[in-house]
Write a protein that binds this ligand. Structure first.
Ligand code: BTN
Length: 260
């Protein structure tokens, strides 16, 4: 596999950002970059500090799922201290940054499945997990966790073969994790800094959702909703039209496109 070091020096070298990624905590192997990032944030790490790892042994997915994170992929967590107003936009800007970066580095087009799965040809290439410490209307910290299947050979992981893909599998060649990480950091910072000026991440995120207008099944906890994904609100929630005509607002869930 391609030798692209994710050492702090290689990531910060020529990194064109003001603060995101300017401090790097790197581990060859750890449980989850989320755990380390949370610990650092609680100790007041500088905003934009990132935690990266070559391999995670207990990667975390959304809704308490696990996340397969072997060598060759990107496992990245970014520490931010946004105000509460911007919190819903982080899901959107993280997804858009990955879509833009994958296209810039590989030429591949990807789509967003609500709320923040990145798909190529209908298969998941990236998952995003956002964890925040919110008390009242104060955000203690937010960790944006991004996992990208970069040089993973799906044939070695039959359990996810039908639902996942990797940049390697799509292109038939390896991709530099370093170039992709640097690009993601630049894109995230650009969009994050645009928020106070009214940056329009909501519109672009909505326009890129493959989910809208489709028949979906959404699992939230033990409840499963079925209907047409009609729209998304500016706080990121999904508006689902059910067969009885009612419109249900879903804040968080796992959406599956129903093929008919
Ligand atoms: C999902 O789609 O369920 C979200 C997956 C998020 C995975 C990333 S990899 C980097 C960070 N560390 C983790 O343990 N999880 C996130």
């Amino acid at each position: 596999m391609m030798e692209d070091s994710l050492s702090p020096a290689s990531i910060t070298n020529n990194l064109d950002t003001r603060f995101i990624g300017q401090r790097v905590i790197y581990y060859p192997r750890l449980t989850s970059t989320m755990d380390v990032a949370k610990r650092e944030a609680k100790q007041g790490a500088a905003e934009g500090t990132i935690v990266v790892a070559d391999e995670q042994t207990a990667g975390k997915g959304r809704l308490k799922h696990g996340w397969l994170s072997p060598e060759g992929n990107i496992a990245l967590s970014i520490i931010l201290y946004p105000s509460l107003t911007y919190l819903p936009f982080l899901i959107m800007l993280a997804s858009l940054s990955v879509v833009h970066s994958i296209e810039a580095v590989t030429g591949l087009k990807s789509q967003v499945k609500w709320p923040n799965d990145i798909l190529i040809n209908g298969r998941k290439v990236c998952g995003i997990l956002i964890e925040s410490d919110v008390r009242g209307d104060t955000v203690g910290y937010t960790i944006v966790g991004i996992g990208v299947n970069v040089n993973l050979r799906l044939s070695a992981f039959p359990e996810i073969l039908s639902t996942a893909t990797s940049l390697y599998d799509e292109l038939g060649r390896e991709v530099s994790r370093l170039s992709l990480i640097q690009r993601i950091l630049v894109e995230i910072e650009k969009l994050y800094l645009s928020l106070p000026a009214g940056g329009s991440v909501y519109q672009e995120w909505r326009d890129r959702l493959v989910t809208l207008g489709k028949r979906v099944q959404v699992k939230t906890g033990k409840t499963v909703y079925k209907g047409i994904a009609e729209s998304v609100a500016s706080d990121g929630s999904l508006l689902l039209r059910q067969s009885d005509g009612s419109l249900t607002r879903i804040v968080a869930g796992d959406a599956t496109l129903v093929v008919k």
